[in-house]
Design a protein around this ligand. Structure first.
Ligand code: PHE
Length: 358
C-alpha cells in the first residue's frame, strides 16, 4: 500500500515538474502507457488471489484516476500558457498604419482606372450610376432595341441563368448598357451618367476573360448632337492618356441601341515595347459610341422629338493595359501579390483632374 502512495507522490511530482507538453507526455507514457509503471501494476492484478485483488484493485484504480486527472489538468495549463506565448509574439495592432514595404496593399490597376475615368467625367458633370450584374433579357437586350431573334444577341456569347418557373432566363449582363435603360426609366432628363461595372461573356483567351470591366456613359438633354459626343470623348482621351494631342476618327459601326453608331479610333506609335497614344502611324480602336436610338428613348418613356442623347461604352481592362503597359490580361485575375505590388497603386492617392490622375 505504501508502495502505491509513493508511486502516486512520485508521479504527481513528475507531472508538476513537466515544463512543456513533450515532457508531460513522457511522464504519461512512463506511468500510463502500455508499458508504463501504473499500467504494469494494473496488469499484475490478474495474477493475484481474489482477496488480494479485492484489496489492491480499488487502490490501483484510484491511483490511475488521480494520475490521469493530474495529467489532464497540467496539460490544459501548459496548452493555455503556450497559446498565451504565441498570442504575445503574433500580436498585430490593427489600429496602426500599415508598415511600408512588402506588407502594404495596393489598388488594382482596374480600380485605379475606374477612379481616373470617374474623375475626368465627374469634372464634366457626370455622376456615377450602377445596376445589377444579373439582368433580365428586357433590360440587357429588348429595351436596347435588340429584337427577338436578332443576330446581334448571338454575338454577345451570353451566359444564361436557369429560368425561374414561368419566367424567361435571367442573364449575366453582357454590357453596362442596361444601366442606361434603368436610369432613363427612373430619372427625367437632363441625364449625365457614368456607369462602371463588371460584364460577362463566354470568351477566354489572352485578351478575353469571361468577366471583364466596362464603363458606360449616357447623356440625355435637349439639342444633343454628334458634335457633343465627339468633343466629350476627345477631351476624355486626352485627359486619360495625359497627352496634349490626340488624333482620332469616328468610324461608322453598328450597335442596335445607337444610330448613327461609331467606333472611336486613335492614332498611336510603337516605341520599342511601349505604345504611345495620341499621334503616330497606326490606328487603334478604343471605344464604341453613338446617338441613342429613338426606339430606346421611346422604350424608356422619353420622347425622341424632345430629347436626344449620346452614349458610349469602353473596355476598362484594355484601357488599363494600354495606359500602364501590362502585356497580358490573365494576371489581372490571379491575385498574385507580386503582380499587384508591381502594377498596383497607392490606395491613399485619389486621382483628380486638377490634382493629377496617376
Ligand atoms: N455596349 C456596347 C458594347 O458592349 C458598347 C456601347 C455602349 C456602344 C454605348 C455604344 C453606346 O460593345
Amino acid at each position: 500500500m505504501s508502495d502505491i502512495t509513493a508511486i502516486e507522490q512520485e508521479a504527481l511530482a513528475a507531472i508538476a515538474a513537466a515544463g512543456d507538453l513533450a515532457a508531460l507526455d513522457a511522464v504519461r507514457v512512463a506511468e500510463l502507457g502500455k508499458k508504463g509503471r501504473v499500467s504494469g501494476l494494473m496488469g499484475a492484478l490478474g495474477k493475484m488471489s481474489p482477496e488480494e485483488r479485492k484489496a489492491q484493485g480499488p487502490l490501483l484504480n484510484t491511483l490511475k484516476t488521480r494520475v490521469d486527472e493530474a495529467i489532464r489538468v497540467r496539460k490544459a495549463a501548459l496548452e493555455a500558457a503556450e497559446l498565451e506565448a504565441r498570442l504575445v509574439t503574433e500580436r498585430v495592432d490593427l489600429t496602426l498604419p500599415p508598415a511600408p514595404g512588402p506588407g502594404e496593399g495596393a489598388l488594382h490597376p482596374v480600380m485605379q482606372v475606374f477612379e481616373e475615368i470617374a474623375a475626368i467625367f465627374g469634372d464634366m458633370g457626370f455622376t456615377v450610376a450602377e445596376g445589377p450584374d444579373i439582368e433580365d433579357d428586357w433590360h440587357n437586350f429588348t429595351a436596347l432595341n435588340f429584337p427577338l431573334g436578332h443576330p446581334a444577341r448571338e454575338t454577345h456569347d451570353t451566359f444564361f441563368m436557369k429560368a425561374m418557373e414561368g419566367d424567361t432566363p435571367k442573364v449575366l449582363r453582357t454590357h453596362t448598357s442596361p444601366v442606361q435603360v434603368r436610369t432613363m426609366m427612373e430619372e427625367k432628363p437632363p441625364i449625365r451618367i457614368l456607369v462602371p461595372g463588371r460584364v460577362y461573356r463566354n470568351d477566354w483567351d489572352a485578351t478575353h476573360t469571361p468577366m471583364f470591366h466596362q464603363v458606360e456613359g449616357l447623356v440625355i438633354e435637349k439639342g444633343i448632337h454628334m458634335g457633343h459626343l465627339k468633343g466629350c470623348l476627345i477631351d476624355f482621351v486626352k485627359a486619360f492618356f495625359e497627352v496634349d494631342t490626340v488624333v482620332s476618327r469616328f468610324r461608322p459601326h453598328f450597335f442596335p441601341f445607337t444610330e448613327p453608331s461609331a467606333e472611336m479610333d486613335v492614332k498611336y506609335s510603337r516605341k520599342g515595347d511601349a505604345i504611345e497614344i495620341g499621334e503616330g502611324d497606326r490606328w487603334m480602336e478604343i471605344l464604341g459610341c453613338g446617338m441613342v436610338h429613338p426606339n430606346v428613348l421611346r422604350n424608356c418613356g422619353i420622347d425622341p422629338d424632345v430629347h436626344q442623347g449620346f452614349a458610349f461604352g469602353m473596355g476598362v481592362d484594355r484601357l488599363a493595359m494600354l495606359k500602364y503597359g501590362m502585356p497580358d490580361l490573365r494576371p489581372y485575375f490571379e491575385a498574385d501579390p507580386q503582380w499587384t505590388r508591381h502594377y498596383g497603386f497607392s490606395p491613399w492617392l485619389t486621382p483628380s483632374v486638377s490634382g493629377g490622375l496617376s
